[in-house]
Design a protein around this ligand. Structure first.
Ligand SMILES: NC(=O)c1ccc[n+]([C@@H]2O[C@H](COP(=O)([O-])OP(=O)(O)OC[C@H]3O[C@@H](n4cnc5c(N)ncnc54)[C@H](OP(=O)(O)O)[C@@H]3O)[C@@H](O)[C@H]2O)c1
Length: 250
């Protein structure tokens, strides 16, 4: 097997489940030392069990002290960071009339503030060598669906920031790219705590119908793109946003 990330240190948020787990496992199989984070130790442990190259920190991205803990863990154990994957996210699915300001706060705290705070905290560790950031957005910013407005707004912010960061960090040699998944088969469809049942069902049916390839994707589909973008094969790619969506964005 080709090891595309040998000697690289990677941090993957939300690595205990779904896309984050698939990305962490893919990176570890390709030789990276991978640190994952999330709020639930049991799921982080399950991912870490799959490969000795994966370790974890229990951390809530909405808590500044937890973000400091993650940055310190990487500094103390590895001394530097090569790859940051801002993957963790939360998505309230309901019409605006049912949305609350608490939903807005939670979506923007996890999907935007958490990404910004973590990126600022680990940036000093990304000082040399092969370095890049992969931010996970969503097809929802280009192919809007009803009932996703808080999530769409939060992910649009991340896409705009990613372009600025790509320009800002280009001279430092840090690439910044975005992956926009279409509908992928993970727990996010089932566990959004504030989902309205009608909206959930409607959106799941709509996702398959709206995907020209006729089925929803697998976490592995996103992990393959995340590996490519993090690897040296993507050395001339920054500021890009890749749809991995079975054609939905068309
Ligand atoms: N699946 C799709 O169809 C799809 C489509 C487009 C975009 N996406 C994006 O892909 C990313 C991964 O989602 P997924 O589909 O893999 O769903 P998922 O399995 O629900 O993953 C979300 C991850 O985020 C972590 N997380 C949530 N809140 C957190 C917090 N406050 N602090 C730290 N970690 C937190 C969760 O871990 P804990 O619960 O342990 O904290 C979990 O591991 C998200 O950004 C999502 O918006 C998914």
């Amino acid at each position: 097997m080709t090891e595309e990330l040998t000697n690289q240190v990677a941090l993957v948020t939300g690595g205990g489940s779904g896309l984050g787990r698939a990305i962490a496992e893919k990176y570890a199989k390709n030789g990276a030392k991978v640190v994952i984070l999330g709020r639930h130790e049991n799921t982080l442990q399950e991912t870490a069990k799959t490969n000795d190259n994966i370790s974890y920190v229990v951390a809530d991205l909405t808590k500044d002290e937890d973000i400091t803990k993650v940055a310190n863990y990487i500094k103390d154990n590895f001394g530097h960071l090569n790859i940051l994957v801002n993957n963790a996210g939360w998505c309230p699915i309901k019409p605006l009339a049912e949305m609350t300001i608490a939903d807005y706060d939670r979506a923007f705290n996890v999907d935007v503030r958490g990404v910004v705070a973590l990126t600022i905290a680990v940036l000093p560790l990304m000082s040399d060598g092969h370095r890049n950031i992969v931010n996970i957005s969503s097809i929802i910013t280009r192919h809007p669906g009803s009932n996703f407005s808080m999530y769409a707004g939060a992910k649009a912010a991340i896409e705009a920031m990613s372009k600025s960061w790509a320009l800002e960090f280009a001279k430092k040699g840090i690439r910044v790219n975005v992956i926009s998944p279409g509908a992928i088969d993970t727990q996010i469809w089932y566990k959004t705590d504030t989902v309205s049942k009608d909206a959930e069902e409607q959106n799941r049916i709509g996702a398959v119908a709206g995907t020209p390839l006729g089925h929803i994707g697998k976490p592995e589909d996103i992990a393959n793109m995340a590996l490519y973008l993090a690897s040296e094969k993507a050395n001339f790619i920054t500021g890009a946003n890749y749809l991995v969506d079975g054609g939905m964005g068309v």
